[in-house]
Ligand binder design. Structure first.
Ligand code: ATP
Ligand code: MG
Length: 308
C-alpha cells in the first residue's frame, strides 16, 4: 500500500482498531480480460464496531469493487487475487468471509452484513407491493416467523426510516425517490445486521431529502449500534457523518484517519487536492479553513456545504 496512513494519535482511531467488526488484509481485486484492470490493490483496513467509516475517492478508483469484494458479491471477470476479509461478530466469533459459499454465504450476507447498493432505489420490483418486497426478506431468512409478526415487523421497519406504515400497500412508482431509498435502507436493516455497506445511498436525491436520510442513518446507528461503510465521492458529506475516512485513489487507500484529523491535517497530497476541490471546505485563497474549530463547528460548516 502506498501513501501515508497516520498512526492512530487520536483516541477514536485507536478505539476503532481495538474493537473491529471487519478486518481487511492485503485485499486485491482484478477485472480479468484482454486488458486486466487492477481495481483494488493490496488494501488493508479495519471497520470498528459501531463506527461510520467513510470511503472517498473519485469515480473509478475502486470503492464499489472493494465493498462488493469484501462481501463476496463480485462475479467474473472480477477475481480476488490476494488477501482476505474477516468478520468479527459481537457474539465473539470470527469468520473469514472468503471461506463462505452457497447458502452459508447468502444467509450470512443479509443477516450480518447488508448492502444498500449504488442506485438501489431503482431496484425495487415495480409490480410488487412494498409490503411483499419487505416480507420477502423475512420469509427467506426467518422462515419460522408468523405472517402476523412479519407484517408487524415490516410496518415497524418503515416507521423506523420515517415512512408511514400505510405505505406498505403502495407500489414503488407511488413513492418518491427519497421514500424508495428509505425502503431500501429499511430492507437492509431488516435482520438487525452488524454492518451496513452503503454505496452512494443519497447521491441521486435532492439536498433536503439527502439531509433527512443522513440524519436517520446517524440516529439509527446510535440506537442500534451497527457499523457503516459509507461510500461517496462527496467529501463534505463524509466529513460530517463519518468517524473515520479512508481516501482511495487508483485502487489503493492513500490515507485513513479520524475525519476531523483528515480535514484539519491532511497528510497525503491527493487528500489535499480532493479537499481543495470542494470550495465550501476552503477559504478564499484555497487554504483549508483551520481555525481550531470544535467538532460541532466542523459539523456546522460541513452542514452548510451539504445544504448549500
Ligand atoms: N465489470 C467490470 N469489468 C471490468 N472492469 C470493471 C468492472 N467494474 C468496474 N470495473 C473497473 O474497475 C475500476 C473500479 O471501478 P469501481 O466501480 O469499483 O469504482 P468506484 O470508485 O465505485 O466508481 P464510482 O464512484 O463511479 O461508482 C474502474 O476502472 C472500472 O472501470
Ligand atoms: Mg461505485
Amino acid at each position: 500500500m502506498s501513501g501515508t496512513i497516520p498512526s492512530g494519535e487520536s483516541g477514536r482511531v485507536e478505539r476503532h482498531e481495538a474493537d473491529p467488526v471487519v478486518t481487511v488484509d492485503d485485499f486485491s481485486v482484478d477485472y480479468v480480460g484482454q486488458v486486466t484492470t487492477h481495481a483494488v490493490k493490496h488494501v488493508s483496513l479495519t471497520l470498528g464496531r459501531g463506527e461510520i467509516l467513510g470511503l472517498a475517492g473519485e469515480s473509478g478508483c475502486g470503492k464499489s469493487t472493494l465493498a462488493y469484494g469484501v462481501t463476496r458479491l463480485l462475479k467474473p471477470p472480477a477475481l480476488i487475487t490476494t488477501g482476505r476479509a474477516q468478520f468479527h461478530s459481537r457474539e465473539g466469533w470470527s469468520v473469514d468471509m472468503s471461506s463462505l459459499s452457497g447458502e452459508d454465504l447468502r444467509q450470512f450476507r443479509w443477516d450480518k452484513i447488508s448492502m444498500v447498493f449504488q442506485g438501489a432505489m431503482n431496484s425495487l420490483n415495480p409490480v410488487i407491493s412494498i409490503q411483499a418486497q419487505l416480507e420477502d426478506v423475512f420469509t427467506t431468512h426467518r422462515p419460522d416467523m408468523s405472517r402476523g409478526e412479519r407484517v408487524q415487523r415490516c410496518g415497524d421497519l418503515l416507521e423506523r426510516v420515517g415512512v408511514d406504515r400505510s405505505r406498505l400497500k403502495s407500489f414503488p412508482h407511488e413513492l418518491s425517490g427519497g421514500m424508495r431509498q428509505r425502503v431500501m435502507i429499511a430492507m437492509a436493516m431488516a435482520l438487525d445486521p452488524q454492518v451496513m455497506i452503503m454505496d452512494e445511498p443519497t447521491t441521486a436525491l435532492d439536498v433536503v431529502v439527502q439531509r433527512e436520510i443522513l440524519d436517520e442513518i446517524t440516529r439509527l446507528r446510535a440506537e442500534l449500534g451497527f457499523a457503516v461503510i459509507f461510500i461517496t465521492h462527496d467529501l463534505p458529506l463524509l466529513l460530517e457523518i463519518s468517524d473515520r475516512i479512508a481516501v482511495m485513489k487508483a485502487g489503493e487507500i492513500v490515507e485513513l484517519n479520524d475525519a476531523y484529523e483528515l480535514y484539519t491535517n491532511p497528510q497525503n497530497d491527493y487528500t489535499k487536492r480532493l479537499l481543495a476541490s470542494f470550495p465550501s471546505l476552503t477559504g478564499e485563497r484555497g487554504d483549508f479553513i483551520r481555525t481550531g474549530v470544535s467538532d460541532d463547528r466542523l459539523a456546522e460548516s460541513t452542514e452548510r456545504a451539504v445544504v448549500a
